[in-house]
Design a protein around this ligand. Structure first.
Ligand code: BGC
Length: 395
């Protein structure tokens, strides 16, 4: 890193992200746990995951020792409310201790309130489409007040609601997964979309009233949608349904979480696959670090003035030097945005740990490797690299 690379603005945080179900282990009351048990043919089970429910102090120690300044983790609703209306004080105390533990280590805890998993009872009882969904979510938020009051300044209400509304179709076995655009993800379920927007905005109002000064937003899975000649209409229809409507719903938020990994390109016939020589990551996605810059610029265009936090960006690779190269390029794009005055307040790498990738243990997004049997943590060179960048304050 040389002195002519952009300096990080004061207050800009560099950290890493995780999600409860992907690392904690034993989330037996969640809907995902139930899917994993019901479909062993399709999904590998999360099981004990990375055992971070017990090993979170070690995770935070490694993150802080590397020089990172923030840790994004999620609260598992199904631990707080395993049965409708029955709350666990022990679980609340667990997450409260995590917030205190982060602060003690000099880390800002950025807390996600919902990251893909639900209590099984919530889904069995109608999920987001139930007329009481906002009240149910808010009554969970009421119970976690001691967690938020222990030192949380920024929350993400719902992680990637656009993916939640897409997964709703997939998990419900919807026969109409074809989006009519010639490739790409299925379009989000519209009823679930409208419900999630209501829940998010209701939660924001509740949190603002109950926790003065708490900054509230949600995080959107950005697709860096592009087109080649003749693909413009498909690209704009796709981008509107999958991304822009979700960004506009955040126009009054305190921040927006940007989450970018790769791009989606449309041509006259539909989605254009990368040419054979183009590198792909181990999840099969095109290696495209410029996705982050594109996502930041696009978000700034759709909701100008809403401060951004990069809440996820990273790569699944077995080659850690490729992770560093990818992240360096992505951060240089972020630096160009900062230099132009685009308001980005932080960068949280996905992920701190190699973890449970939703039914699949193969992908390795982590800055730290985790032994699947002993749970021993082995930091990769990328962790020290990102920590040094955070300490050096230069991109
Ligand atoms: C999700 C994470 C996931 C990551 C990599 C995001 O869509 O929020 O839970 O592990 O991408 O696929």
């Amino acid at each position: 890193m040389s002195a002519d690379t952009p300096a990080l603005p004061d207050g800009f945080i560099v950290g890493a992200s995780t999600a409860a179900h992907q690392i904690e282990g034993g989330n037996t009351a969640s809907d995902w746990w139930a899917y994993e048990q019901a479909h062993p043919d399709r999904l590998q089970p999360s099981g004990s995951a990375c055992d971070s429910f017990h090993r979170w102090p070690e995770d935070m120690d490694l993150l802080a020792a590397a020089g990172l300044q923030a840790y994004r983790f999620s609260i598992e609703w199904s631990r707080i409310e395993p049965v409708n209306g029955e709350f666990s004080d022990e679980a609340v105390e667990h997450y409260r201790r995590m917030v205190v533990g982060a602060r003690e280590r000099g880390l800002e805890p950025i807390v996600t309130l919902h990251h893909f998993t639900n209590p099984a009872w919530f889904v069995d009882g109608g999920g987001w489409l139930h007329s009481d969904a906002t009240r149910r979510f808010v009554s969970y938020l009421e119970r976690i007040a001691p967690v938020l009051d222990a030192g949380v300044e920024r929350v993400i209400t719902i992680n990637e609601p656009n993916m939640v509304a897409i997964m709703h179709r997939v998990l419900a076995g919807d026969a109409h997964l074809d989006n009519g655009l010639g490739g790409g993800l299925p379009l989000p379920h519209e009823g679930v979309r409208d419900a999630l927007i209501r829940v998010h905005q209701g939660a924001r109002e509740f949190l603002h009233t109950r926790h003065r000064g708490l900054r509230v937003g949600w995080s959107v899975a950005n697709q860096a949608v592009q087109f080649v000649d003749g693909g413009e209409e498909r690209a704009s229809a796709y981008r509107e349904a999958i991304e822009d409507v979700w960004l506009r719903a955040a126009a009054e938020d305190d921040h927006i979480g940007v989450q970018a990994y790769t791009r989606t390109v449309f041509g006259p016939e539909g989605k254009v696959e990368p040419e054979a020589h183009v590198a792909r990551t181990t999840t099969g996605w095109e290696y495209y670090p410029a996705a982050l810059e594109e996502a930041i610029r696009h978000t700034a265009d759709v909701i100008p003035g809403v401060p951004m936090l990069v809440t996820e960006n990273g790569i699944s690779t077995r080659d850690d030097s490729q992770r560093i190269a990818y992240t360096r390029d992505a951060l240089q794009g972020l630096g160009r945005c900062l230099e132009e005055g685009i308001d980005v307040r932080g960068y949280l790498h996905w992920s701190l740990l190699d973890n449970f990738e939703w039914g699949n243990w193969e992908p390795t997004f982590g800055l730290i490797a985790v032994d699947r049997e002993t749970f021993a943590r082995t930091p990769k060179p990328s962790l020290a690299w990102l920590g040094a960048l955070a300490a050096d304050r230069r991109l």
